[in-house]
Design a protein around this ligand. Sequence first.
Ligand SMILES: [Zn+2]
Length: 400
Amino acid sequence: MRCVALDPGSALRAVRDAVIDGDAVIMNGVATPIDLLLSARWVVPVEPRGVVLENHAVAVHQGAIVALLPQAEAHVRYRATQHIALGEHALLPGLVNAHTHNPMTLLRGLADDLPLMTWLREHIWPVEARVLGPEFVRDGTELAIAEMLRGGTTCANENYFFPDVSAATYRAHGFRAVVGLPIIEFPSAWARDSDEYFARACELADALRGDALVTAAFAPHAPYTVGDTSFARVRLLADQLDLPVHLHLHETAQEISDSLREHGQRPLARLQRMGLLNDRLIAVHMTQLTEAEIAQCAQAGVSVVHCPESNLKLASGSVRPRRCVAAASTLPSAPTAAPATTIWTCSARCAARRCWPRASAAMPAPWTPPARCTRPPSAARARWGSTRASARSCPASAPI
Ligand SMILES: [Zn+2]
């Protein structure tokens, strides 16, 4: 390691030529040792929104980002054990896949262009009954992790059976995740009945408590596969364990008509009756919403996850992200920059802000490892500027 002592006046000029791996520039002998310095042609932070920083660096120490600053200043202030120079790259935070069934990556292409219930009942569920198990979950999750990392995704909101295997797989690969604790009214290889689903859910929730990389959420599958008794238990336990509730909701028109026939209520009203319409709820799909329901969700602080790729595959419809954000923004309590329900718009999946803070709270360094980015900064700026929410483009990995 070569060290150059500089006076403050000449430091910034001198360090421009000293960006060599392992070098350190010490100003008055007080350069701070850190583990890693990532310098990139462009750095695209989440905040401030819509900003692309040129020739900046990210300083990392003990797994946490300690500074984001101009490269010249970084080489004065820090002495990095490792320096990675990304000369023509854009460095941006890791992307978040806000709803996925990653083990189902192994079922990709099994059945296409079918209505949701036909697809589930006649194709997916019968196949799962034959192949579902720890090995299937591990292998599918590992494949999905590889695919997600290639696209810059470093965190997933998982929703599948054998969440213990998912959690172990994510942890083994250093991948951040919120694993869903499945609740559904039919037996599977994971659990035989409702009591066993809840017992295994609580056991895993306890095991993951305090885990810095992988956390848990209750994942009742959908209103059409979960009964009122189970929903009541989810509500009680989610409150007691302080966990989010990750749920498919208002995905198709048939879901609405079936609910009206069987329960005399739309699914959202049914959840409201059971006390589940609150800021714990991460509601996925939401393609069938009235104006009143959008306002109701905004008022309750519900997170909405938009899955355009899935909705296109199954012709389910589409959420109206801008309308949801606008509704949340009109609330008296909504801060100007962060409405109660914020849609994270992206090419394949979108998440509301409630999902991200819960995930990021347990993940102190939400920055992706340096990944090559082919999109020029001007395009990134235009894309991010086109929505009121922070945009995170996520690769597709599982269809529903
Ligand atoms: Zn899904």
